[in-house]
Design a protein around this ligand. Sequence first.
Ligand code: PBG
Length: 324
Amino acid sequence: MAFPAERPRRLRATPVLRALARETTLKVSDLVMPFFVRPGQGIKKPIVSMPGQFQFSPDALVHAAGEAQAAGIPAVLLFGIPKKKDARGSGAYAKDGIVQQAARLLKSRFPKLLVIADLCFCEYTDHGHCGIVKPDGVIDNDATLKLAAQTAVAQAEAGCDVIAPSGMMDGQVSAIRKALDSSGHEMTPILAYAVKYASAFYGPFRDAAESPPKFGDRSTHQMDPANIREALREAALDVAEGADMIMVKPALPCLDVLAAVRNQSTVPVAAYCVSGEYSMLKAAAANGWLDEKRAVLESLIAIKRAGADFIVTYHAGEAARWLA
Ligand code: PBG
């Protein structure tokens, strides 16, 4: 008898055999493209810490989102940078807030493009925190929920197809669900950032959204990266509160969490491959240290293999081209 008897290499011998044996696939329809929108006209301002990413004015966003849709990307996730920030983040829930303006325009031009609205206050508050801050510096959970509810309704009214609360306030999903239901938006799904760690990998995003906290950090509401049981609890809570889909964030540093959440949940599970993950690969590629295409596609397939049903990623535009 030949030795060894088991030869896993047999199925690696040709591209055809490898394709037949492949367990996980990555498709352009798995990808959600995040965009940053700011007031103005004709603006496409490069984000220095995220090469290849931009802040767009709504008219310029139409062009970029149109290209994304033409490349097969089914959905975009919108972040807003308001004209003026204030203590209560009023730009988030204003009827003519920047995300609301952009959503109206996008939906009028591309009715089939799924527009997901990120819902948080850190981009809208002058102190850069994710909610109302009490005089003692603590974030007021329940006061923030009221504004979150208002924001969700404003976003749904502007045509946003999915509301994605990312503030990690307790009870935010049920507060938003109630507000949507009582304003005629009972069919608007919630994609909850259920498991969101206080991660250093959001660094470039804070540049992009002009949202770094002016004092303190986010570790009283975002999760400790050391914890996984807590992640399962957060995921279960959000589903119990009515989340239609849940998200784990960041992605590559949390593949174990993603797999565990996937095993425990029957709702769709998304992963957010965040700004720092993007910029790391961009920086390494720019130096010639990594093959960008291979490194990006390997990262994205690993995120799917770990259990993501879809992936929010700044690589979406380029990945769409590579997958075509
Ligand atoms: C909150 C929010 C953040 C990100 C998405 N939503 C920033 C934060 O929590 O500090 C980070 C995304 C990224 O790094 O790409 N509005």
